[in-house]
Each structure stands twice: as structure tokens, then as C-alpha cells.
Design a binder for this molecule. Sequence first.
Ligand code: C2O
Ligand code: CU
Ligand code: CU
Length: 495
Amino acid sequence: MSESTPPRFWSRRTFVARSLAAGAAVTAVGLGAGPGCRAGTGSAAPRLASDGRNLLPMAPELRPRDALLRAAPGMRDLGRGVQAPLLLVNDALPSPLLRIQRGETFSARMENGIEDPLILHWHGLTAPEDMDGHPRFAVPTGAHYDYRFEVNDRAGTYWYHSHTHHMTGRHTYRGIAGLLIVEDPAEEASLGLPPRERELPLVLQDRRLGEDGVPVYEPMGPSMMNGFMGPEALANGILDAFTPVEPAVYRARILNGSNARIFRLGRSDGRPLVLIANDGGFLDRPYTLPYVDVAPAERVELLLDFREAADGERVMLQSLEFEFPGGMMAVAYQQGRPLDLLEFHVSGRTSDPGTIPTSLPTLPELPDPARSVRERRFEFNSRMMMHNINGEEFEMDRIDTEVPFGDTEIWTFVNDANYPHPVHLHATHFRVLERIGGRAEIYPWETGRKDTVLVLPGERVRVAVRFTDERGLFLLHCHNLEHEDHGMMQNILVV
Ligand code: C2O
Ligand code: CU
Ligand code: CU
């Protein structure tokens, strides 16, 4: 599809017909459906349910203890019977899930087997500056980068992705993105959360497929301004995904790994979601909500309750339709359009369906706005197909903001333009204080500790920030990856 052609919206009929065609082809070569067992990754064709949906794959798990993460080109059938050329870490899609306990040493070697320079960033973790994946550390093809640091972050759902300047969008879109889970038995053991077998780590991403069924990435024309979006959804790297569940409570750890698209998560059966955690770990208490918004790079942990579901019931996790101020263009390019993400097939019976906890661990101390010694303002703007912060496009060697270690400051993120900006800060978590203009409120998923916050057109969001762990050069940027790649990023030096 050329960049001047607007994306096609597939009708439900085309969609079903294509799924069935793919289904028939795969069944013909003798692959069983096998609901009830979890698919591994690997280059085998996806496994199908009788209605043509593909079994949700689970990323292989890796302990980051002398681990090897090798990024290289690879091929994958995304679920419609077509092999797509991708960039894979350890030949896995999504990239391997890294699981580590708080207090342990993270040690891994990244080997760059792709044709571009590469560096990986551990999004949400507080790592020393040379371990944080700043783009100035990108290594050439054939080289490697060794990571070693102690993980002191709270239990939670973090993630990792390429942070090569000008290429983050393409690398992430092509497959270099995975979850990183920090566990802390001291924090989690007594909560009565669902066991590991009922944990669902989910990487949700939108995609645009070309005529040949292969995802295209051509962020030209309007996509340069809106960011790159598509009308299809990948759940853990597969299209049209389903997963079998028992009538029990599940813990979904969800990453919006899209380049630009915001999801409004909701259930097709109208039952509520129970939100327990976001970017910075557990919230102060569980929140029962009709929907939860997740912008690119944000994470949420949801308890999905199927205890009342009937045997054979199907429940879709969807991105619900929403409107926001500021742009017909963005809507035309999928922002806010409804999308099916993952279907749950409820069956079986269990003697231990689990419960919904009534309380969560006490939040750690958050930066106190009353102790702020300084205010700063960051304006997110666009001009001439480029994006900037306070009028400046990113430069690798220019220090934009110097922040004294340990000081509490209040930062205001200003969006007077037409595109949503999920604003992300490295090396600490912040506390969202206030949203002025636009939606004019703070939502439950924005409470607690955050590393990314959505600033819609017409909004200013005030946050309290304090760097208490590392000194050095870090980043503040928009996590719309096309915005980031085209300048909307700045160097923050913590001194
Ligand atoms: Cu998730 Cu600087 O990035
Ligand atoms: Cu980050
Ligand atoms: Cu942006």
C-alpha cells in the first residue's frame, strides 16, 4: 500500500472470509486445533479454533541471568497463512518475557544480528545511565552490548524495546518488544491474586496489513503526523486471537505495544474490569471500571472475572470506540475506532475459581507537590512533518534539561496541538497531579506511580517528579514512536 492510499477498513465479511481461508489452508496440512493447551512460539503455523481464530501464543520466558538476547531477522505467520518478515529476539514473537525478582541482578547480553544499529531499553526500570538504553549506546550490526544492574523497582509489569534513534518505531513494529515482569513475594504473596497458571501476559498492538497480508510500516504523509496505526490487532503477535479460560479469575498483564494507537479496553459481555496495577505497580486499591484506557507504552494489570460465565460462552476483550478533541485526521487513521483484541473461550469447571482482593499493598512514598522547589514546562509541538519539545527537535549530544538529584519538581506537559502525546520519562516514576483542559480529570489508571501519561489535544498535565536513584543522562519523550523518531525527545541530565 502506498503512503498516499488511505488505509482500507475491512468489513466484517472480508475479515471472516479471510480467516476461514487461512483456517482451511492450515487444517489441510494437518495441524490440530488443540484448545486447552497453550501454543508455544516457533515458526509452526498458528493453531486454530473451529471458527478460524488463532490460539494465543505465549512468549517464551527467560530469566535475565547471564541471558542472551539475540535480535535477528525472522519469518512468522501472524495467523492468516502468510509468512511475514520480522525482527525477532531469540526467534520469538513477542520477544521473550523476562521475569526477575526485585533485588536480583539483571544480566544479559544483547547481540545485534539485524542490519541497523541497535540498543535495548528496559522501559519503566530505573537503571544506571549506561544500562538504560539511551540511543547514543546503539551498537552496529554484529556487535553486542552487555547489561548488568540490580533491579530495585517495585513488583510490576514493565517492558523492553529497541531505542535506536529514528528507528524505534520500525524496530518495535517489526517485533523487537517484550514484557519484563518484576516479582516481589514480600509485596504479592498475601494478596490472593490468581496463580501463575492464570496469569495472562499480553502484548497488544495494532497493525496495518498490505495486499499480500504482510504488515506494512510506511510512516509517511499523514502517518508522520498522527503516528502509524492500523485496523488489525495482534495479541502476543497473532491476529484474530483466542484463548481458552476456565470459569475463574485471571490476572492479565497488559502492554499497549502499539506505535501510536490508544486502546480503550472493555469486555464484550458488559462485565466490568478490575484494575489493580499500572506502570508503577499496584494501585492503592482495586478499581472496578467499565473500561480502562491504555496509551502506547502504558501497562495495566486487570483481573478478568469469568466465574459467572456460562460454559461455552465467548467474551471478547475489545478496544471500544472513543472520541477525543483535536482531529478528524487522527480518527480517519484509526485512533478511537473499535477493534477486537482477544477472545476468551470459557469452558470446563474448577474447584478453585479464585477471588477478587479487596485491598492491595500500601503505595510507596510518592513525590510530594508541597515540597516542590521548581516548576518546568514542556510543550509538545509539531511543525513541517517533524515533532519537538519546547521548539527543539532531539539532538543526541545536546543537554536540554538539568535536574538536581533528589529535588522535587512540578512539570507541566502542554499539548496545544492536534495529536495525542503519551509522554514518557526514564529513570524515575512520577505522580500525576492534575489535568487542566480537555478531559480535565485524573483517572484511576493514572494514580500511583507512572512512567508514561497520556496528554490529549488541549490538555496540560501536571506531574510531581523526583530522581532518587541514578545520576546521568536520561530521556523525556513522546511514546508515539513516529513522534519520538522524528524529534519529540529530549536529554535530561540528572546532576
Ligand atoms: Cu519505552 Cu524511552 O522508551
Ligand atoms: Cu522508558
Ligand atoms: Cu506525540
